[in-house]
Design a protein around this ligand. Structure first.
Ligand SMILES: *Cc1c(COP(=O)(O)O)cnc(C)c1O
Length: 386
């Protein structure tokens, strides 16, 4: 029997059957009352998740489309933006800004480091700065950056704060308005566990004001076109939306609400700890700063003599479990386990068991069951907690 592969990647993540079933249903025609209700339910759910009173817009695009929309709607060619780059996705945000001819002041960090809010303050102070473009969770390293502290910097400097929350929201604590985030960009295929293809952005009043002044070219992602359509008595999308994916996303949001934010985040915290303790029990080293808050992704150093990419390929070939390889300078040196989204304890246990078997097969000395036992210890103490 051909069994579907098990995704333990940081996006796309495992999609629950309820979501697949919902998006397999009949199309809701995208003009008229049924679609208006669907869209409103999705945007209302996303606003609650993004903790904002601002608007939320949904695009047919992967997360990168949402990032591009932020750059093209907020800024004009030559505008100065500060972009901390501590991994693959920081680099992507900087490259989008460069593609739109912004004056991009990068702050480069070694991959695995957390960005330093004081560095951002210093870079912002060098010259008049329109915005700071940052990641919350840098998926390539697993590191979760301190957006709240960066929010103090941008508020002080009267700069816009634009945050890629694609792999953070729904996996780690996030506050939108309270942290002073002007624009947050999320995606359907990460913590929400919907299928890829939808990106969403929250837009503050200050971001709307900036978008009216900005002169960068935009059409498909023109926020004003979405706002105009959303404000109709029966809300619409300006262009034909991915109706089926919206049906799936609505169901994913319903599951999120049913479990409840607090429980969802607590689950991510425990699964992350169990993964990390399991890996450590095998004698492997973890990569990245502030591991205590890296609830979305665990980055692991491949042991001496074992190539991370080969390990990832073998876990997949032998056990049907897909892990993520290292990117950029971490290629081959690190592999990543995604545990953001619809995962439970047995997903982690199964993954760790596969890792044990594969490492052993590759000649690494493994005490069988050590990783699984360490994870179970974490689960036991989490269950015992009040
Ligand atoms: C997945 C991801 C993206 C978006 O990538 P797409 O392939 O365009 O969906 C962007 N930023 C981060 C931090 C991500 O994890």
């Amino acid at each position: 029997m051909e069994r579907p592969e098990i995704l333990m990647t940081p996006g796309p993540t495992q999609v629950p059957p309820e979501v697949l079933q919902a998006q397999g249903g009949p199309l809701v025609y995208h003009r008229g009352p049924g679609y208006g209700r669907l869209l409103r339910e999705v945007t209302t759910g996303l606003k609650a998740m993004l903790k904002t009173e601002g608007d939320v817009l949904v695009f047919t695009a992967s997360g990168t489309g949402g990032l591009e929309s932020a750059v093209s709607n907020l800024f004009s060619p030559g505008d100065r933006v500060v972009v901390p780059v501590a991994g693959y996705f920081g680099d992507r945000f900087a490259r989008i800004a460069e593609a739109f001819h912004l004056d991009v002041r990068r702050i480069e960090y070694d991959w695995g480091r957390a960005t330093v809010p004081e560095d951002i303050a210093a870079a912002v102070a060098e010259a008049p700065t329109k915005g700071v473009l940052a990641q919350h969770s840098e998926t390539s390293t697993g590191v979760v950056h301190d957006i709240e502290a960066i929010g103090h910097v941008t508020r002080e400097a009267d700069a816009l704060l634009v945050v890629d929350v694609i792999s953070s929201v729904g996996a780690v604590p996030y506050e939108g308005d309270a942290w002073g985030v002007d624009v947050a960009v999320g995606g359907s295929q990460k913590a929400l566990g919907a299928t890829p293809g939808l990106s969403f952005v929250s837009v503050s009043d200050a971001a709307w004001a900036a978008s009216r002044e900005a002169t960068s070219p935009r059409f498909y992602f023109d926020w004003a076109a979405y706002k105009h359509s959303y404000d109709l008595p029966d809300p619409e999308s300006p262009w034909t939306p991915a109706i089926s994916l919206l049906l799936g996303l609505r169901e994913a949001l319903r599951l999120y609400q049913e479990e409840g934010e607090e429980a969802v985040l607590a689950r991510h915290r425990v699964l992350s700890r169990a993964t990390k303790e399991g890996v450590r029990a095998l004698g492997l080293d973890l990569d990245g700063e502030h591991l205590d808050r890296a609830w979305a992704v665990t980055a692991v150093r491949a042991p001496e003599g074992i190539d991370g990419n080969e390990l990832v390929a073998k876990v997949r070939a032998d056990h049907g479990i897909v892990l993520a390889p290292g990117q950029g300078p971490l290629k081959g040196k690190v592999f990543r386990i995604g545990h953001l989204g619809q995962y439970d304890r047995f997903d982690i246990i199964r993954c760790l068991a596969a890792l044990e078997l594969t490492l052993e097969a590759m000649g690494y000395p493994v005490k069988r069951g050590a990783a699984v036992a360490a994870a179970e210890d974490v689960f036991a103490s989490a269950s015992a907690a009040p």
